[in-house]
Design a binder for this molecule. Structure first.
Ligand SMILES: [Zn+2]
Length: 258
């Protein structure tokens, strides 16, 4: 059994064929998926997805790409959306992204910190998106030492990975780990303690190398990520599934498998 801890089933390419996508995931042994909502207009669609599919759980947040568009009262909307389904297991994805043209860093930081406060208030784990902003994100998270959180789609250096592990982070690996140009990500994967490693697809993005020509990526392809993690760790595919699924349940709660 595998758990895809991060996918976007409401995004273009997947939403139109959602039932088929979930069915193919189940056939591939991906028995649970966590569908991530990234902006206010996306949240109701994620909530609908959770009602439609027993295997799909959710997380809701404001992605740093949308931080500049967050309304003054975004936190109220977010709290309300999270409270409207007990299948929402986490806050996020949220964080900092200094790559490309997202909102200015101070705006991103404010929107990020308000979501950390919501996670603390609701005693929920947090899903972090961090790209080219590890130092600033680490500085913020150091002020919240009791948070349970995952650094999703890890693409930093082994050194940055070590800093996150010191804060108790879980580390999520996607299809990036299968790409030729990602030796740092494979090196980071070898560093992560067995009880902190998660598998994810980030579908519809980041199709694993072996099926790279197939677009969009989908949760069924989590097996290719697991295969690569297994190779890096010297685990069997079965062990990889058991270990990473147990980790997902520890982070997101037993509701995920009950
Ligand atoms: Zn994502």
């Amino acid at each position: 059994m595998l758990i895809d801890t991060h996918c976007h089933l409401t995004y273009e390419g997947l939403e139109e064929q959602q039932a088929e996508v979930v069915r193919r995931a189940t056939l591939a042994g991906v028995l649970r998926m966590i569908c991530i909502g990234t902006h206010p207009a996306d949240h109701p669609r994620v909530l609908e997805t959770l009602s439609a599919h027993g295997q799909v759980f959710g997380a809701l947040g404001i992605h740093p790409h949308y931080a500049g568009e967050a309304a003054e009262n975004f936190a109220d909307e977010l709290r309300y959306a999270i409270g409207s389904s007990d299948k929402v297991l986490a806050v996020g994805e949220c964080g900092l992204d200094y790559h490309g043209n997202s909102a200015l860093p101070p705006v991103q930081k404010t929107v990020f910190q308000r979501q950390i406060a919501i996670a603390e208030e609701l005693h929920m784990p947090l899903i972090l998106h961090v790209r080219d902003a590890h130092a600033d994100a680490l500085e913020i998270m150091r002020q919240h030492v009791n948070m349970r959180f995952v650094v999703h789609c890890f693409t930093g250096t082994p050194e940055e990975c070590t800093r996150w592990l010191e804060l108790g982070a879980y580390i999520g690996f996607t299809g990036v780990i299968t790409y030729k140009n990602a030796p740092d990500v494979r090196a980071a994967c070898q560093l992560v303690p067995e009880d902190r490693l998660l598998i994810e697809t980030d579908a519809p993005y980041l199709t694993p190398q072996a099926v790279r020509k197939i677009k969009p990526n989908e949760p069924a392809f989590a097996a290719y990520v697991a295969e690569r993690v297994a190779a890096e760790r010297g685990w069997t595919l079965e062990q990889t599934g058991e270990i990473t699924s147990a980790n997902a349940v520890r982070l997101f709660g037993r509701a995920l498998i009950e």
